[in-house]
Structures are given as structure tokens and as C-alpha cells.
Design a protein around this ligand. Structure first.
Ligand code: PMT
Length: 415
């Protein structure tokens, strides 16, 4: 077995290796469908694009063909096609179908089971999950006819992402803009993960660096960007878990399909974890929680006095220590600048963890702020696995692989 196989690095995850059918309909937002096709292809998905007749008025098949490196299908009866039953073949071979943008017309046809072109035939014939990303004029979206059609599709298990509020092509400001492409990709991950190895489980993730106020404008904090925690939340969602993300302030977009609870201080994070714990199977603490806070936060901005100033700090509550007695699976992180393994092991034992993910924050491309991380995973029984430098999304899946093994030994139910 190669080193890659040993840690499951060759395994296909989420979008990577999936077959996605992207339907594009006639909306001014059709050009954003090209961005979506490109990003899905870059993530390793095989993307088949089906364009409706009116989509051809806005963008060309060549655009999608160039981005996906695959033929683009536009007609129900294509004499050039290898398969006489193209719509059935496409409907059956796709892991997920996403229509982005989806016009009011497409939504109405799908809701009523019409099948007068290739895309609507596919929607009627498929048994795969369907994601719709509506884009239209605000009044068309608000119209009870559109709302009833969407409600009907939701009740049939469709995932509807967006639309967002904002300036529309008509000049009107309202709800009708295509969802952000990151959210559409999140919805595809959610759809693909419905039967994943964490389906039916609930995972609580903490992320970011807590901020401890000194006065109304100053805070003690650290360099955590939240990337590691957000990657864990997305990976758990893509494997079917219900995810609650308790996040200290970050500049990141909340991951689609997760429940986000924003907090600022260590105390707020601890209170939020305590409130969620009863509903949770797994707690993963990737947050960089302040160990100390100012013992006194001034009500008004502290003024310069011309003299040296001494800050008195007190310890914050330790969230993992408080969770020690709870019967959850507990995963901690250890951010260390020296004696990585010794210090991480001590934390694992002291805090009663099942796993600890030790990151050497002095290593290149590891720890705070980077897109990658270099970690050693230490198990409660003493087993230790040193991983190479990996994207944080892959580190997240590596951690979850170990969590799945622990979780599968327990009955479902809390989440
Ligand atoms: O956010 P990024 O920029 O992507 O960076 C990722 C990261 C470096 C922040 C992340 O990988 C990481 O290491 N997070 C834990 C950082 C940390 O606080 O480590 P620690 O060794 O101080 O704490 C050990 C564990 O106890 C952690 O799981 C921590 O969340 C938890 N803790 C710490 C203090 C406290 N008061 N309560 C806690 O529960």
C-alpha cells in the first residue's frame, strides 16, 4: 500500500470525482453559470452542461465547452448524439443535477411535470438530488405562482438556494439575484452528502480567534482566520452531518447549509457550546480560544496618561475542560510552537479528548491563516499519525475519517 493510500489521500471526496449535470436557462445570470461550471470542474467534478433554447440567447455552448472540456447538449433530439435516449442517460448518470440560473418558467415547468425540452425531460426522469438556484425579476419571484411552485418542489426534496437581495437587471432592487456561486457549490455538497458517512449525526465545530474586550474599541485576540474550522464545517456537511458552527469573528462567508452561531468572547463561545451540547454527537474545537482576558473591561475608551500601563489578565474558562464529563466524541486542536507531541498529548489527557490534532505553528504553510496545515493526529489510546502538509479541506476530511470510525461504534440519535 502506498503512503497516499494508507491515509486515504487517493479517496475521492465530495465534488471530486462526482458527475454533475448543470442546467442553464435563459436569464441574464446565465454568465454566472459559466463561473459555476469552471469552479466545479476545478474541484474535480465531471460537469455535463445542458442549455435551454433561451439560454443560448445569453451565452454560447462554446463558453461551457471550453470550461468543462465536455460536449454541451442543447436539444432533445440531437441527431449527432451517440445515445438516442440522451435525456434518460444524462438523468441516470448524474450524481446531482443543478439548475443555475433557474428561471420562473423552468421552475413552473418542473413543478408541474412538464417535459417539452431536454432539461425538463431530465428533471422528470432523474432520481438524483436536484439543486435549483432561481434568478429572476423581484416581482416574478414574489408572485404567489412562483412561490407555490417552489414550495411544491421543496416538498419533493429539491434544494433551493437563493435568490439573494440586491440590484436586479431591471434596475429594481429586490430579491431575485442568483445566489453566490460559493453557496450554490455548498448546496451541491449538501445534496451529494445526503447519504454520506456522517448522515444522521450532528457535529459542533468551533472556529476563529475569540476577542476579549479591553474597552469599547480595543480587544485581545490572536491570528486565527477561521479557515481550519470552516473547512471542518464544510467537510462535515458534505458527508451528511447536521452542522452547527460556533464562530468567533472572521472575514469568511458562513458555509451554506450549516447553522452558524456568531460569538465574540471565550465566555460566549463556552455558553454557546453548552447550549448545543445535548444535541451533539461530536464536538470539534478548532477555535483559538483566548486563555486570558482583561480582568476589567473599561466602559469608555481608555485615554493616554503619559505613564506606562499595566494590564491585569485573568484566565478564561476552558471550554473543553467544561465539556469533559459529556458523553460526546471530543476532538481538540493544539497549536504549538515547541514540543508539539509532548504538549499535545498532555492536552489530550488533561481535557479527556478522543483525538487531538497537533499543528506546528512554526512550520511553513501550517497553522494560522494559511490555506494548508501540517498536523499530527494523536488518538486517546496513544496511536499517532503524522500527515504531510495538506489543504485545510483535506486535513478536515482526514480528521473526519477518524471521527467516523469513532462515531460508527455509537448508536445514532442525539442529532
Ligand atoms: O483559523 P486558522 O487561521 O485556519 O488557524 C487554525 C488554527 C491554528 C487556529 C487551528 O488549527 C488550531 O490549532 N486551533 C486550536 C488553537 C488553540 O487554541 O490551541 P490550544 O493549544 O491553545 O488549545 C487546545 C484546545 O483547547 C483547542 O482545541 C482549543 O479550542 C481548546 N481550548 C483552549 C482554550 C480554552 N479556554 N478553551 C478551550 O476549549
Amino acid at each position: 500500500m502506498t503512503a497516499k493510500e494508507q491515509i486515504g489521500l487517493d479517496r475521492r471526496r465530495g465534488l471530486d470525482g462526482s458527475r454533475i449535470l448543470l442546467g442553464v436557462t435563459g436569464s441574464i445570470a446565465a454568465y454566472k453559470g459559466a463561473d459555476l461550471a469552471s469552479r466545479l470542474t476545478q474541484r474535480g467534478a465531471l460537469v455535463d452542461v445542458v442549455m435551454t433554447g433561451s439560454a443560448l440567447e445569453f451565452v454560447t455552448p462554446l463558453t461551457f465547452r471550453s470550461l468543462t472540456h465536455r460536449p454541451v447538449v442543447t436539444r432533445l433530439f440531437d441527431v449527432e448524439s451517440e445515445s438516442s435516449m440522451e435525456h434518460i442517460a444524462l438523468a441516470e448518470s448524474s450524481d446531482v443535477i443543478v439548475v443555475a440560473p433557474a428561471t420562473a418558467d423552468l421552475i413552473a415547468k418542473a413543478a408541474n411535470g412538464l417535459a417539452d425540452d431536454l432539461l425538463t425531460c431530465i428533471l422528470l426522469a432523474t432520481r438524483s438530488p436536484v439543486v435549483l438556484a432561481p434568478a429572476m425579476d423581484g416581482y416574478m419571484f414574489e408572485n404567489p405562482a412562483t412561490q407555490e411552485n417552489l414550495a411544491r418542489l421543496l416538498s419533493r426534496g429539491y434544494i433551493v438556494v437563493g435568490p439573494e437581495e440586491g440590484r436586479l437587471a431591471s434596475g429594481q432592487v429586490g430579491k431575485g439575484r442568483l445566489a453566490d456561486v460559493a453557496d450554490i457549490i455548498g448546496a451541491i455538497g449538501l445534496a451529494l452528502g445526503r447519504n454520506g458517512d456522517l448522515a444522521g449525526r450532528s457535529v459542533l465545530v468551533t472556529a476563529g480567534g475569540t476577542q476579549e474586550p479591553l474597552d469599547p474599541v480595543r480587544r485581545l485576540t490572536n491570528r486565527s482566520s477561521g479557515k481550519m474550522g470552516y473547512a471542518l464545517a464544510e467537510a462535515a456537511r458534505d458527508r451528511g452531518a447536521g452542522v452547527v458552527l460556533i464562530s468567533a469573528p472572521t472575514g469568511l462567508r458562513p458555509p451554506y447549509g450549516t447553522q452558524m452561531i456568531p460569538v465574540t468572547t471565550a465566555q460566549e463561545m463556552m455558553d454557546a457550546v453548552a447550549r448545543q451540547a445535548a444535541e451533539t454527537d461530536v464536538l470539534i474545537m478548532a477555535a483559538a480560544v483566548a486563555d486570558y482576558r482583561p480582568s476589567f473591561a473599561a466602559d469608555n475608551k481608555i485615554k493616554k496618561s503619559g505613564k506606562a500601563m499595566t494590564l491585569v489578565l485573568e484566565e478564561t474558562p476552558d471550554i473543553l475542560m467544561e465539556a469533559k464529563a459529556l458523553g460526546l466524541i471530543k476532538v481538540g486542536f493544539a497549536a504549538e510552537s515547541q514540543d508539539l507531541v509532548v504538549n499535545a498529548r498532555q492536552k489530550l489527557e488533561k481535557k479527556g479528548l478522543d483525538l487531538i490534532v497537533a499543528n506546528d505553528i512554526t512550520a511553513e504553510g501550517s497553522g494560522f491563516g494559511s490555506e494548508t496545515n501540517r498536523v499530527t493526529i494523536i488518538h486517546r489510546g496513544g496511536k499517532m499519525e503524522e500527515l504531510p502538509t495538506l489543504m485545510k479541506s483535506e486535513v478536515a476530511h482526514q480528521v473526519l475519517d477518524r471521527v467516523v470510525a469513532l462515531v460508527s461504534a455509537r448508536p445514532k440519535g442525539k442529532g
